[in-house]
Ligand binder design. Structure first.
Ligand code: C2E
Ligand code: CA
Ligand code: CA
Ligand code: CA
Length: 279
């Protein structure tokens, strides 16, 4: 019955048919995006308690000739299911590391860290560690200014493998931030084992911190957990001064969100160092 249902849909539902066609076209365009030079990186500010820029998170954008700027929500799942994420992810890492290398040679920017999102698909590749090391060597980027943002899904399976890879990169100086903390795998046992440096409080918790006591409790315990494990903690999705103040009162002193700046191009990030963030 299930089979028949699917056939019925694909033959008779014009909406579904259109969706399949557009998905196929999207996939075809994505395969060409790298050679057509359509990938861009934007950088979102990360600040300390005094609103001083401490680093950025690199975020991927697709500059499509007809579609314009496409956001990651639309293409990351396709990049992952087609494994194109491996090549595109390496382009992201290389581009971010080139930027990191440029920044380390200017006194005003030498302190900046760059965070790069790593898909679990990408991390699980056998060649991941050697590729990262090769990029660090090629670009001259300082490993200790590079932060890899990984998610809890990595720890569900092959925990030993994950641990070994992380330790290998950590030995080079690379740091790890656990992204979207609290939204995924619920066991906390892995936290004690893995060489993490930072927990990143997911924006879904941050948004609701002022109106939901349950959310406030989750954020408070995340901060306490980070402290007791000796990890730093950063909150994402900080949109208002009130949110920032609440977080600071509860022991979180690193922030990212529209209050301090949207994802922006390099020149705008550099301008922030002179004008300060306008929060
Ligand atoms: P993420 O890693 O959780 O990134 C944070 C997302 O929240 C970004 O969306 C950012 O623009 C948005 N954001 C930041 N501050 C605020 C705020 O104050 N309010 C609100 N409403 N949103 C805020 P973006 O750039 O659309 O990226 C979406 C997701 O796509 C990312 O979520 C990440 O999972 C993925 N992604 C982006 N770039 C890459 C990449 O280079 N590689 C991989 N594997 N994934 C990426
Ligand atoms: Ca992230
Ligand atoms: Ca996140
Ligand atoms: Ca997220």
């Amino acid at each position: 019955a299930k089979e028949a249902g699917r056939d019925t849909l694909s033959f008779f539902d014009p909406g579904m048919q259109a969706a399949l066609v557009s998905r196929a076209r999207l996939e075809k365009d994505l395969r060409q995006a790298l050679t057509n030079d359509e990938w861009r990186l934007v950088y979102q500010p990360q600040v300390d308690i005094e609103d001083q820029l401490t680093g950025v998170e690199a975020l991927l954008r697709w500059q499509h000739p007809e579609r314009g700027m496409v956001s990651p929500g639309e293409f990351i799942p396709i990049l992952e299911s087609t494994r194109l994420i491996n090549d595109v992810g390496m382009w992201v890492l290389e581009t971010a590391c080139k930027q990191l290398n440029e920044w380390q040679h200017q006194p005003d920017t030498a302190h900046l860290t760059v965070a790069v999102n790593i898909s679990p698909i990408q991390f699980r590749e056998d060649s991941f560690v050697p590729k990262v090391k090769a990029i660090l060597r090629r670009t001259g980027a300082p490993a200790n200014k590079l932060k890899l943002e990984v998610t809890e899904t990595l720890f569900v399976e092959s925990q030993e493998n994950t641990q070994r890879k992380m330790e290998h990169l950590r030995a080079q100086g690379v740091r790890f931030s656990l992204d979207d903390f609290g939204t995924g795998y619920s066991s906390l046992a892995y936290l004690a084992k893995l060489p993490l440096d930072q927990l990143k409080i997911d924006q879904s918790f941050v948004f609701k911190v002022l109106d939901s006591p349950a959310n406030a409790a989750i954020v408070e315990s995340t901060i306490a957990l980070a402290q007791s494990l000796g990890l730093s903690v950063i909150a994402e999705g900080v949109e208002t001064r009130t949110h920032k103040n609440w977080l600071a009162r509860h022991g979180c002193y690193a922030f990212q969100g529209y209050l301090f700046g949207r994802p922006m191009v390099v020149e705008e990030i550099e301008a922030l160092l002179y004008t300060g963030v306008e929060a």
